[in-house]
Design a protein around this ligand. Sequence first.
Ligand code: NAD
Length: 498
Amino acid sequence: MTSPYKYDIQPAQHFIDGEFCDGVAGKTFDTINPTTNETITTVAEGFAEDIDRAVQAAHRAFHEGPWHDMSAKDRANLMIAIADGIEKHGDELAYIETLDTGLPITQARGQASRAAANFRFFAEMATRMTGETYPVDNAFLNYSVRKPVGVAGLITPWNTPLMLATWKIAPALSTGNTVVLKPAEWSPLTATRLAAILRDAGVPKGAFNIVHGFGETAGASLVSHPDVQLISFTGETTTGQEIMRNGAATLKRFSMELGGKSPVIVFADADLDRALDAVVFGLFSLNGERCTAGSRLFIERSIQTEFEARLRERIAKIRVGDPFDPKTEVGALIHREHCSRVKSYIEIGQQEGAEVAVGGQTPDSLARGNFVAPTLFVNANNDMRIAQEEIFGPVLVCIPFDTEEEALKQANNVKYGLAAYVWTNDLARAHRVSNAIESGMVWVNSQNVRDLRTPFGGLKWSGIGREGGHYSFEFYTELKTIHVSMGTTPIPKFGMGE
Ligand code: NAD
């Protein structure tokens, strides 16, 4: 039978010690096309034995062999070769991502470019890594150096899986660590393709490994493995809590990038045309499956009627459908289970008394796949579950406010604190609100535009720690201090008798 796919899609195997391989137990699970709910291919299912093999390979590569001996400059060149490889296979990676996740192809292409950019960026950053000196007159020269930590366990979610994996792999490898990646079980394919790109770029065996499988088995074994020094996790808050509990016994270092319910505050004096564009893009791009999505829209009451009317018009016109169609703006949600969860929130919102102004239904013509029409809730309030809980789909909740103080109070009245967006042309207010809002990141008069140098991360239930720029190095390196005596510092003499 000829393959229905544009590119060759092979069963996804683990990648351990430089080789693709099946799991020790020989078990597999299916990865499903979210657009049709048909099986794409099988995926090796990893357990503790597979994790152990991968960690041992990573441990060996960290302590001996070509990776251990490689200079920072050579590692940087390798990162650049990986970026070149990703760009060369960008169309294929985007295709596989769309097939496996339902992400519209134009956006998947953007994610593939960003994956390459992550490697280029950290290649350059790592060669600029410096320490500090602490001279003590003529007595001591003390200085600090950054050293790789060891075996990095990377655990990634199913949303934008290629981009998020590279966001962790690039800083981990460029600083000299070795890696075991556990990709999300619902979107394993681009990570597998990436492994071949890393191998072909010349990454020595054992430096980069992948074990597929489920969180409670493969993921949990990685977290509890004594030879894994750190865990960089992106995913749900409750999973992060579980991982921290499981990693405590082996004293893991954690970076936690967790859930969000980010506010957008639109004041009446803002450029409303641009605010409208940003609100619609900020929530409905990436199918609404975006951790920094502006999912709670606070709108000043004097412009509420007009802004909501414009929102209805725009949201109703968002093109939903085949993610391979370059015109599609919202594709299929990752999995049937997730789709049901998003739909259940649409019911919950109505039961709570909010009104569906647009969407709410799955278009009949798309019933095979996991589609949800872009949905706008109005007549909502901040206490409703749809305003407090992360829906992680194409559902926007609109809430009016009368004063700046009230807007801030509502925006902050949520357990999450990842991103926030403020729209106003009042300079003082822009700074005041940004300063008072409880979130790790704020964008003023803009949608989420990433600057890779800036710290990325959340507060409250949205995470612990920051990655990005040199902040990634604080996580992926150990800071060692070396104290050198330059003279005859007095040494107390013990054991001299009288
Ligand atoms: P998830 O927490 O269900 O799974 C994430 C990963 O953790 C998967 O690989 C899974 O297999 C693994 N896992 C599950 N249980 C585990 C365990 N006990 N031990 C070890 N690993 C385990 O998250 P998801 O549904 O895949 O992703 C969506 C979530 O990710 C959303 O909450 C979203 O906000 C969040 N997210 C956050 C950011 C950020 O930067 N803050 C970015 C993207 C996504």
